[in-house]
Design a protein around this ligand. Structure first.
Ligand code: ABU
Length: 373
């Protein structure tokens, strides 16, 4: 008989078989689904103290000159070629790749309190979205030009929500003038770092966090303040702990050129930006692997990032690691350490401010919430 009992058994069975559509607790569980950003339609980021505080001094004059202008076609096409290869590698390795929708990025816009010449780009989903377990969190980014960037992901977010994901947006900051330190100056080497944002309101980029199960690591930076870190700490609650990594970068923006967890018990770090002696207590049981000096890779006139984008790698699981093809010393080290590097050319993407980790968001990795410390 087709009884109610029969039906409920079927429902229970399908519920137990249901895989969460969004689920990622760390940087290394087997990757099943990922969002890769888009490089078309972007603009040179509008000049602002938060941009100055995060970009190499040699780029400042050109960035001021090109502020808010559409990204040149040749730059877009070169980055698209690199990205196509990256997507093809991901798919060949069995990862489902999703893409954001195109949105207007070169028009000016504003709030009642400010106006910008243009948006930025939608190349780096790692900054505006943080996945912790089955929850996807829109982050309160400090760059005005990025205020509406998450519109490019709205359809995906709604799809994930309808399929069962928890979807949250952190309090949206006003980004009024009082948040910014307009007096910011590049500190001399060895001098205390200055920050372009203060603690007036809650800000953070997801890329300032690295996830290791119940423990997350964060850098205070030019886009992430303690107010933002406290918001996330309280939001995640007692199941998680957040530990600060003190970066020595004079222009900190994003943890993933300072400290990159690779697998349980092992993390990569930049010797320029991080001193293992300053590691938080929990990391004392981990093996900290120094990344070799980066190979110089500047291929575009504008450079938005530090040379340590070399270590901005993406783990497909505890062994397979996608790394930039010209970074031979790092590739060699990965082999020596027992990883399986998958080289991919990506230097044309650097001008968008990120490499493999920045330009992706791991939506689903096969694994569960665990403690690694
Ligand atoms: N978005 C990552 C760039 C970080 C850095 O320039 O070091």
């Amino acid at each position: 008989m087709a009884t109610a009992e029969g039906k409920s058994r079927t429902d229970a069975e399908s519920a137990s078989e249901r895989q969460p559509v969004v689920c990622s607790y760390n940087e290394w569980d087997p990757l099943e689904e990922v969002i890769v950003g888009r490089v078309d339609g972007g603009a040179v980021p509008p000049w602002h103290v938060t941009l100055q505080a995060a970009t190499p001094q040699e780029s400042w004059e050109l960035l001021k000159l090109l502020s808010g202008k559409p990204a040149p076609d040749a730059m877009v096409q070169a980055a698209q070629r690199d990205q196509a290869e990256f997507v093809s590698i991901l798919e060949t390795e069995g990862v489902k790749v999703r893409r954001p929708d195109p949105i207007p990025q070169t028009e000016s816009f504003g709030s009642p309190e400010w106006e910008v010449e243009s948006a930025y780009n939608i190349a780096n989903p790692r900054d505006g979205l943080l996945v912790v377990g089955e929850e996807i969190i829109e982050t309160p980014m400090a760059w005005r030009s990025r205020y509406f960037e998450m519109n490019a992901y709205r359809n995906l977010l709604q799809e994930y929500f309808k399929a069962g994901a928890k979807w949250t947006a952190a309090p949206r900051p006003r980004l009024s003038d009082s948040l910014y330190n307009e007096q910011w100056e590049l500190p001399e080497k060895g001098e205390p770092v200055q920050f372009a944002i203060n603690e007036t309101e809650c800000c953070f980029d997801a890329a300032d966090f690295a996830r290791c199960g119940r423990d997350l690591f964060v850098t205070r930076s030019n886009v992430t303040n303690y107010f933002g870190i406290d918001w996330l700490r309280r939001h995640l609650g007692d199941d998680f702990a957040i530990h600060e990594i003190k970066t020595k970068s004079r222009q900190p923006m994003h943890i993933d050129t300072t400290f990159v967890p690779l697998c349980p018990g092992r993390a990569l770090y930049s010797p320029d930006f991080f001193d293992p002696a300053d590691a938080p207590e929990v990391l004392k049981s981990w093996e900290l692997l120094p990344a070799p000096p980066p190979i110089s890779t500047m291929v575009q006139m504008i450079d938005l990032s530090s040379a340590w984008l070399s270590m901005n790698v993406l783990m497909l699981d505890e062994k397979r690691v996608i790394c930039e093809a010209s970074q031979e010393p790092l590739i060699e080290k990965f082999r020596e350490w027992g990883f399986e590097p998958i080289p991919c050319p990506y230097t044309n993407h650097y001008v968008y401010g990120g490499a493999f980790h920045c330009s992706t968001l791991d939506v689903r990795r096969r694994g569960s919430l665990q403690s690694y410390f």
